[in-house]
Design a protein around this ligand. Structure first.
Ligand code: DSN
Length: 423
């Protein structure tokens, strides 16, 4: 069994707490033996996993390097300073806060730094590929702020920049957000900044999904155009499960203050250490190659699905994600995702723009290539997988097909370690 998923202390867990060990073993087996195609997931390196399980988890380090509330923070300072300087180098940012526990808490801190309750936010709707934390009605942001959503052009399924500009002029938002969880195309960050400047708004890019592609220089960066950029660190960026905020000089202090003491308590120093390692990995030429391959794989996968008669939202992808409209097959996202899981292919149901189905049913599935690209899969594998997906999705009630595809998935996954670079 590949070691890349196994933290150093796993044998101790087995001896001390077999029930937890059993769940961990099941998860290791699941990750190894299925095709992980959730667009927001990836396989962190052994070094990242090791760092995340170190004794730094024992340390309280409230504050920032050089200015902590507790004593004994010298090693914590060292590792946090390293994470900060690597993040700044990686993204060409003036300032980085590496303490947010997740992408959602990063966004909450940004709201706290930039707005008062009741202020107006202009963000991409969840139904158009945005994110819950950008102000969906069930999210804290949706309840504390006045959320105005922009959407997509119905014909192109691309962001309707004219509508963004007219909504910005009408509602005078304090914060304009772009980025999301299911928008497969490049975003015109310069255009957003122009609109934000015109109405005096702060411009935030949430690059949680595509930050690894930016780090790998495979797509344009939002950093030069945004006042503030938030991200997770575990998706395309392939680090530990966590978040970061990048800012220009102007927003550095307010953001630091909003993260701590505004929102969080003690930072997760073990995870900050893991982030430092991930940023170091992302600074390598190998990561740049990886990022380009992630996109190429998504494009090839998309082409195969189109050949099989499925429609891709916006006609394709520029990133790591393809959003598939299943209506040609008369199948719902929920049924397709469940059938694929039985066949050993993990994706998620996802609303497509202007989806006639409810949020828990949907007409689409979202498929991503970051994790399988980490396994070393390339165009040939994407062609095979595209065919398998179409076979299963065509008739989600066909259990025999699911079984035969499951067998082929097992054969395929047995040939690839979780990390091609860590055999
Ligand atoms: N859950 C993440 C995703 O899948 O895109 C976003 O938070």
């Amino acid at each position: 069994m590949s070691q890349s998923l196994t933290p150093p202390s796993f044998d101790t867990i087995k001896a001390q707490d077999p029930t937890v060990a059993e769940a961990i073993t099941e998860e290791i087996t699941r990750q190894l033996s299925t095709l992980e195609m959730i667009a927001s997931e990836n396989f962190a390196s052994r070094a990242v996993l090791e760092a995340a399980s170190t004794v730094f988890t024992n340390k309280y380090a409230e504050g920032y390097p050089g200015k902590r509330y507790y004593n004994g923070c010298e090693p914590s300072d060292k590792v946090e300073n390293l994470a900060i300087s690597r993040a700044c180098e990686l993204f060409g940012a003036a300032h980085a806060n590496v303490q947010p526990h997740s992408g959602s808490t990063a966004n909450q801190a940004i709201f706290f730094a930039t707005m008062k309750p009741g202020d107006t936010v202009l963000s991409l709707s969840l139904a158009s590929g945005g994110h819950l934390s950008h102000g969906h009605r069930v999210n804290m942001a949706g309840q504390f702020f006045n959320i105005i959503n922009y959407g997509l052009n119905k014909d192109t399924e691309l962001i309707n920049y004219d509508k963004v500009a007219s909504l910005a002029r009408e509602h005078k938002p304090r914060l304009i957000i772009t980025g999301g969880s299911a928008y497969p195309r490049l975003i015109d960050f310069a255009k957003f900044r122009e609109i934000a400047d015109e109405v005096g708004a702060v411009f935030l890019t949430d690059m949680a999904h595509f930050s690894g592609l930016v780090a790998g220089k495979a797509i344009p960066s939002p950093v030069p155009h945004s006042h503030i950029v938030s991200s997770t660190t575990h998706k395309t960026l392939r680090g530990p499960r966590s978040g970061i905020i990048l800012t220009n000089e102007e927003w550095a202090k307010p953001i630091d203050k909003a993260v701590f003491p505004g929102l969080q308590g003690g930072p997760l120093v073990h995870i900050i250490a893991a982030k430092a390692i991930a940023f170091g990995e992302a600074l390598t030429p190998a990561f740049q190659e990886y990022s380009k391959l992630v996109i190429r794989n998504a494009q090839v996968l998309g082409e195969v699905l189109v050949e099989k008669g499925l429609r891709l939202v916006s006609g394709g992808t520029d990133t790591h994600v393809v959003l598939v409209d299943l209506r040609n097959y008369k199948v719902t996202g929920k049924d397709a995702a469940n059938a694929l899981e039985h066949a050993g292919i993990t994706v998620n149901k996802n609303a497509i723009p202007f989806d006639p189905e409810k949020e828990w049913i949907t007409s689409g599935i979202r498929i991503g290539t970051p994790a399988l690209t980490s396994r070393g899969m390339k165009e040939d594998e994407m062609r095979t997988i595209g065919g398998l997906i179409a076979e299963v999705v065509k008739d989600p009630s066909d259990e025999a097909t699911q079984k035969s595809v499951r067998a082929r998935v097992s054969e395929m996954t047995a040939q690839f370690p979780l990390r091609a670079d860590e055999k």
